[in-house]
Ligand binder design. Structure first.
Ligand code: FES
Length: 291
């Protein structure tokens, strides 16, 4: 996550409030002959700008004083107060967000790994997605409360990465790599087979991914998952498997649904690391070697 800091060393508000400027605050004069965003002429825009400046006189006293003034007048806070660009950023409390104890402990442990709390955004969102199946609004509010950031900050991060889901996305995620190495070894046909086994729409799977008809499995094509040496390969619930045969697809889906060990003979997690202890020879390599 790229983080920005302002001149004072404070992180910029991810909601972009620090960039909000009223016409009166803008140091750039209207360009003669250039249309304003609202379609006003420059002179009309200047007049409107001066009116805004006068109207803002009362609010220059600050949000707290403005609120006190509202209370003195007997008025209730109106919905327009939520649009005040000078209003303090609202950070939810733990109790207010209803954070389960175990989730709070999990996210606090994640935060402890970083020098700044907001740097834990991605793993905290991942914890939310693992717990609820997708980044639910309530889950984002809970993570934000523990991290002491706004829900908008976490939502902006989640919406940037396509491995985070902001809508229901089933209990399991199967991504089939369709990039060049996997494609040359039959990835399109493999995606066909996975869609058929899961009951997912093939067109949707090839265009950003889709939740299957049963609502339990998200299937999507993906452009290079970075494991080209085991092409064609899939990622199932964030674990890599390959090389996958067409006939493996029904077994993969069935094992996911049953919560079984998925394709244990093709799990990259079970391959020994380069330079690691000597393991049993890969039977596929042994079969291919001339006797
Ligand atoms: S092309 Fe499939 S993992 Fe790289």
């Amino acid at each position: 996550v790229s983080e920005r800091e302002d001149e004072s060393g404070e992180h910029a508000d991810p909601a972009g409030r620090e960039r909000d400027t009223t016409p009166a605050e803008s140091s750039e004069p209207p360009v003669p002959g250039e249309d304003t965003p609202s379609g006003e002429t420059p002179s009309e825009a200047k007049q409107a700008s001066e009116e805004v400046t006068e109207d803002q006189g009362a609010s220059d006293a600050g949000p707290a004083e403005a609120q006190a003034g509202s209370a003195e007048a007997g008025g209730q806070p109106g919905p327009e107060q939520g649009l005040d660009p000078h209003a303090p950023v609202q950070v939810l409390g733990i109790a207010e967000a209803g954070v389960p104890d175990d989730l709070r402990e999990q996210i606090e442990e994640i935060i402890s790994r970083y020098p700044q709390r907001r740097s834990a955004a991605i793993p905290a969102l991942f914890a939310i997605q693992q717990r609820y199946g997708w980044c639910t609004p309530d889950g984002i509010r809970q993570a934000a409360a523990v991290m002491e950031v706004t829900p908008a900050y976490l939502e902006s991060v989640a919406s940037f990465y396509d491995l985070f889901h902001l809508e229901p996305a089933g209990r399991h995620r199967v991504l089939v790599c369709t990039n060049i190495s996997c494609w040359m070894r039959g990835a399109d046909e493999l995606l066909d087979a996975v869609c058929e086994a899961a009951g997912a729409d093939r067109h949707g799977a090839g265009h950003g991914g889709v939740v299957n008809d049963a609502g339990d499995i998200f299937v999507g094509g993906f452009e290079c998952l970075g494991a080209c040496d085991i092409a064609p390969m899939v990622s199932a619930d964030e674990r890599y498997f390959g090389p996958i045969e067409i006939d493996d697809a029904p077994r993969l889906i069935e094992q996911l649904r049953k919560g079984e060990d998925v394709l244990p003979d093709k799990a990259i997690a079970r391959r020994r690391l380069a330079g690691g202890p000597e393991g049993d020879p890969d039977p596929r390599v042994a079969e291919a070697e001339p006797s």
